[in-house]
Design a protein around this ligand. Structure first.
Ligand code: AMP
Length: 221
């Protein structure tokens, strides 16, 4: 299955993509994680991406599209994947359709995690991350031991773009450049809206229920 996880920054895309990928046994592809890996490893791609990420802006399409193409052409993607944080522009959305069409594939479902603007800013300003990918919130979803990941004992950190100022720019960027994609997938009849305000486990239940419903209809899983 090919699943696209959509939603504003901090709507839960990373968390829910990880749950779905694990459940279906397919890769979880996050363009944000790919960029952060490149930044941490001082690659030329990282240096270019950092200029935009630190300001809350989108990395230019050309670079992002190439990275995505290289990733989904890998062997482990042949039975499907979950895309987290891609597409983020209409141009990326159109080029993804074309890439998939060229190899006889198409998107099965686009899942839209719906949260209010106030919730986005509240989540971003309290978010703590672990390098294993697990996300926490200092008030609503703290780790059991302060600053230590419950899953891997790694030390938690704050993403450089998780400040209130950058959060507002990211929200603005999302509304202008990424939100229109929701309409495209809705028109195609493959969009499912999920209330992203519920507790993480409940959101996962709702997401998995929708995937199950779709799969039963298609006989995919
Ligand atoms: P994320 O981890 O998905 O919140 O992404 C973090 C940042 O990486 C975003 O704010 C963008 O600057 C950049 N980024 C991630 N995915 C994309 C994309 N598909 N297009 C452009 N920029 C992206």
């Amino acid at each position: 299955m090919i699943i696209i996880m959509l939603g504003a920054p901090a709507s839960g895309k990373g968390t829910q993509s990880a749950v779905v990928a694990q459940k279906l046994g397919i890769p979880h592809i996050s363009t944000g994680d790919i960029f952060r890996w490149n930044i941490a490893n001082n690659t030329p791609i990282g240096a270019e991406a950092k200029k935009y990420i630190d300001k809350g802006l989108l990395v230019p399409d050309e670079l992002t599209i190439n990275i995505l193409r290289d990733r989904i052409e890998m062997e482990d993607c042949k039975d499907g994947f979950v895309l987290d944080g891609y597409p983020r522009t209409i141009n990326q959305q159109e080029s993804l359709d074309k890439m998939l069409e060229d190899c006889g594939k198409s998107i099965d479902m686009a899942i839209n995690l719906v949260v209010t603007d106030e919730e986005v800013v509240r989540r971003i300003s309290g978010r703590r991350m672990c390098k294993c990918g697990k996300a926490y919130h200092i008030v609503t979803y703290p780790s059991k031991k302060p600053d230590i990941c419950d899953l891997c004992n790694g030390e938690l950190y704050t993403r450089k773009d998780d400040t209130v100022e950058v959060a507002n720019t990211r929200l603005d960027t999302y509304k202008k450049q990424s939100e229109p994609i929701i309409g495209v997938y809705r028109e195609k009849g493959i969009l499912v809206d999920i209330d992203g305000h519920k507790p993480q486990d409940k959101v996962s239940e709702d997401v998995l229920y929708e995937i199950h419903k779709y799969s039963s209809k298609q006989g995919v899983v």
